[in-house]
Design a binder for this molecule. Structure first.
Ligand code: ADP
Ligand code: MG
Length: 173
């Protein structure tokens, strides 16, 4: 199977970490919609949002998603990619969509331990601890709706990759 693999889930669920490891394991390329967007725009997400607002950022994000969608590629997506119905449909139709589902407490622990992972402006203006649960509650149904498969991303990165590899073998059989 050479379809791209889209990893979806909230900030801190491990899309970048697991994505790199999964790409190595499958001999796929790795792409990240946020990285592509920032490199293309020569601006950070925070700068884009500050200058042009979230709506414009979301439009650019959709373009970025399409640009990185290539065969034999693992694609780490931005946490809010699933907000647009067109993005959910595009991913479902053009690849395998995997939701990395982690508990709110694991997400908070990771974001607090590695604050650099949050280079985005806050979505609600609240501290990470409050924002994570609130944003996940709003988006959980959309992650589920978009996903072909859901994996337990509270496990170690190696274990998450194993789960995905097993699932993909099963799906291909
Ligand atoms: P995302 O790309 O989804 O925002 P990252 O891959 O950047 O998430 O991970 C956020 C932080 O959590 C990183 O510091 C990473 O090392 C850590 N991390 C990611 N996945 C796991 C995991 N399965 N178990 C423990 N820590 C993890
Ligand atoms: Mg990431």
């Amino acid at each position: 199977m050479t379809q791209p693999i889209f990893l979806i889930g909230p900030r801190g669920c491990g899309k970048t970490t697991v994505g790199h490891a999964l790409a190595r394991a499958r001999h796929f390329q790795f792409s990240d919609t946020d990285h592509r967007l920032q490199a293309h725009e020569q601006r950070t997400v925070a700068e884009i949002v500050q200058a042009e607002g979230w709506t414009r950022f979301r439009e650019l994000e959709t373009l970025s998603l399409k640009a990185v969608t290539l065969p034999d590629t693992v694609i780490a997506t931005g946490g809010g990619i699933i907000l647009a119905e067109c993005n959910r449909q595009f991913m479902r139709e053009n690849g395998v969509v995997i939701y990395l589902q982690a508990s709110v407490s694991a997400l908070i622990d990771r974001l607090e331990a590695y604050p650099k992972a949050e280079q985005r402006p806050t979505l609600t203006g609240k501290p990470v601890r409050e924002e994570v649960g609130e944003v996940l509650a709003q988006r959980e149904a959309l992650y589920r709706d978009a996903a072909h498969h859901i994996v337990d991303a509270t496990a170690s990165p190696d274990r998450v990759v194993e789960q995905i590899m097993t699932m993909l073998c099963g799906a291909a059989a």
